[in-house]
Ligand binder design. Sequence first.
Ligand code: PLP
Length: 360
Amino acid sequence: MARIYNFSPGPSVLPAPVLEKAREDLRGWRSTGITVMEMSHRGKDFIGIAEKATADLRELLEIPQNYKVLFLAGGASAQFAAVPLNLLRGKTKVSYVSTGYWSEKAIAEARLFGEVQVSASGKESNFTTIPPRPQWNVDPDAAYLHYTANETIGGVEFQAAPEADGLPLVADMSSNILSRPVEVGRFGLIYASAQKNIGLPGLAVVIVREDLIGQALPGTPSTFDYRRQAAEGSMVNTPPTYSWYVAGLMVEWLKEQGGLKAIEARNIRKAEKLYAAIDALPFYSNPVDPAVRSRMNVPFHLADAALETPFLAEAKEAGLAYLEGHRSVGGLRASIYNAMPEEGVDALISFMREFERKRG
Ligand SMILES: *Cc1c(COP(=O)(O)O)cnc(C)c1O
């Protein structure tokens, strides 16, 4: 199979060594005579895989002891509901910052369970920037403050965790978790669906401070109850075992790459050269405020939108695929997660220069 460079926003590219390891294990897990996807989640083999993945993730992200790490089904979308169900804790209000498509999704779901105060919104700028922190209006009675660390569609990324005025800070890190170091101790809860930087879809990783759990809203389904899931090792239901296993391989791979500081340095290099290529030619443009441009998802437009179709077709011919923008915004987008090699970004930049030379 000839590999191409896969710029898909998610499910997305996996590192070649992770695919190799998974392929090897498909011949049979150790001496069991079966594969990981065929084994019981309660058997000692899978428990070993799950515990190692959890321990490695704790080490990589330097997760303090007073945090639980959960591996739950339903992706980040299920967490849009689970977060208010678990974290309202007798309060009625929650504060959300809206920076684009995924914030809006999280807000809509939270409205099913509580009163949502939108503390700040980037809507006026068409979500091309993040309102400066001093302009936010955070309700001191809110149960928590929620933000989307990286907007996968709009390409807007917080470059640091915002100040939460003493409220538990909650972040959807689906599309930038493990792309840079984070200080977990500043957060009440971090969640991320896995299919961007942690492997396969269907899984969400939830990192939650212990004192925030145990007061779920009456009527909370047991699979959504963090206390129950924590007490039962994320196995109130059968977890997405294969996605959990691949998450373990991803974390192992990141440790081999030198950890989060090393991957961050590579991510900065990749993003900087791609934005520089876009900014260098009037033929291409990126609408996002340079101070908050995403290192993971780079949306861009062609000055002549009619050239997008040939751009995509010729890029695909050149082995550069899945560059279409999200259906809600159009244009083009290159997702350059941890697993996108630097050579992939270099190849895209060369292609863009060549396309401009021919068609510009
Ligand atoms: C992809 C994504 C989601 C949704 O993930 P699902 O697995 O489809 O639930 C939520 N938030 C962000 C920031 C995302 O990138």
